[in-house]
Design a protein. Structure first.
Length: 355
């Protein structure tokens, strides 16, 4: 009797598990079918939207043919959201009159409200997407709202807000550098630099303040800004950064000194060289190679012959090659007292023809 009851119980458990598995399979199939239908719908909508955008750019407003499929779909919120995304993506690919036509299309279908609604959402990617779309379509009245996201906890959101501020206001939009505590990524720095087309003449105090920031990425970005716009007046401030606690900032400062180079640059780099960590010393040697200033010849010879670091020797040999000192390098390589390592380094520099 006990055995029969146990078998019956196990059979019921098996049926229960089988039913659960079948239920889960049905759910997965329904979800997959739904996803498939959605993908097909998005593909069809994308074709309709791409056709509309192409017609607007190629033919303009007056020559556009009536598109019943587009008109019928344009009432759908999902369609309008996809339309917004496509317009923002297309704006990056075109300029001039084509960009203007895309913005006209944005206004014609009242998509501004759609984008603004995204700024009130809770999901970070939706907010970031809304900022992107409003920026691409140059909706300047959205700027006050966008500025509130500069301190958002999500990097995805505050980076888009930073880019929007600079895209709309240029150099003036960099005011967030005064208080930003988060790191500005390399990619974000590039985006911001591309968006800035000029630096006002009276901006020296602001730039100097950023160079004194406790946020290393702000200092690095500012040094890149100096290089792009050749702000020579801040040369002394840059030299002061050669004593910064961050090695990365010191390296960026060395690169900036080359860009803002004056007659005392090489002498100053030679003076600070002994006090620099290995990474910065190598950067200084790279700068001497690029500068091709004959004043550094003896210094480079000393580094090649007397520095114990192999990497330093390599950079010194390459720099001497750039200064047309191949004859000297050949003599050293043929000297019987030269070490095998030194000979190989010199041969490498000469064979690479780095000069």
């Amino acid at each position: 009797m006990f055995l029969t009851t146990s078998v019956h119980f196990l059979f019921l458990v098996f049926l229960g598990m089988l039913s659960l598995v079948l239920f889960l399979i049905i759910i997965v199939l329904i979800y997959s079918f739904y996803q498939y239908r959605e993908s097909v719908q998005i593909f069809k909508w994308s074709e309709v939207i791409n056709k509309k955008i192409s017609e607007v750019i190629v033919y303009g407003e007056e020559d556009r043919s009536a598109d019943t499929d587009f008109s019928a779909a344009s009432a759908s919120p999902s369609f309008r959201n996809l339309f917004l995304q496509k317009l923002a993506e297309s704006e990056k690919k075109f300029s001039g009159a084509a960009q203007s036509k895309l913005k006209d299309l944005f206004q014609e279908y009242g998509l501004q409200e759609e984008a603004l609604k995204k700024l009130n959402q809770k999901k970070e990617h939706i907010i970031a997407g809304g900022i992107q779309e409003l920026t691409a379509m140059q909706v300047e009245e959205a700027l006050p709202k966008i500025s509130t996201f500069l301190t958002h906890h999500s990097a995805q959101v505050y980076q888009e807000a930073q880019y929007a501020m600079v895209n709309f206001k240029g150099f003036e939009g960099l005011h967030f550098l005064n208080s930003i505590s988060s790191k500005i990524s390399e990619w974000q720095q590039l985006r911001l630099l591309i968006s800035i087309t000029h630096v006002p003449e009276n901006s020296g105090d602001s730039i100097k303040k950023w160079m004194e920031s406790s946020n290393d990425s702000v200092v690095i970005f500012t040094l890149k800004l100096l290089r792009k716009f050749q702000i020579l007046s801040l040369y002394p401030t840059v030299t002061g950064l050669l004593g910064h606690s961050s090695v990365d900032i010191r390296i960026q400062a060395v690169q900036t000194l080359l860009s803002l180079e004056n007659s005392s640059t090489i002498a100053h780099l030679m003076e600070t060289y002994p006090h620099q960590p290995n990474e910065v010393q190598k950067e200084i040697l790279k700068i001497m190679k690029k500068s091709k200033d004959q004043f550094s010849t003896d210094f480079l010879k000393n580094q090649l012959l007397n520095n114990a670091d192999t990497g330093i020797k390599v950079y010194a040999a390459e720099a001497l090659c750039a200064l047309d000192k191949q004859e000297y390098l050949t003599e050293i390589s043929q000297d019987e007292t030269s070490s095998e390592e030194l000979v190989q380094i010199i041969k490498y520099a000469l064979q690479e023809k780095v000069c």
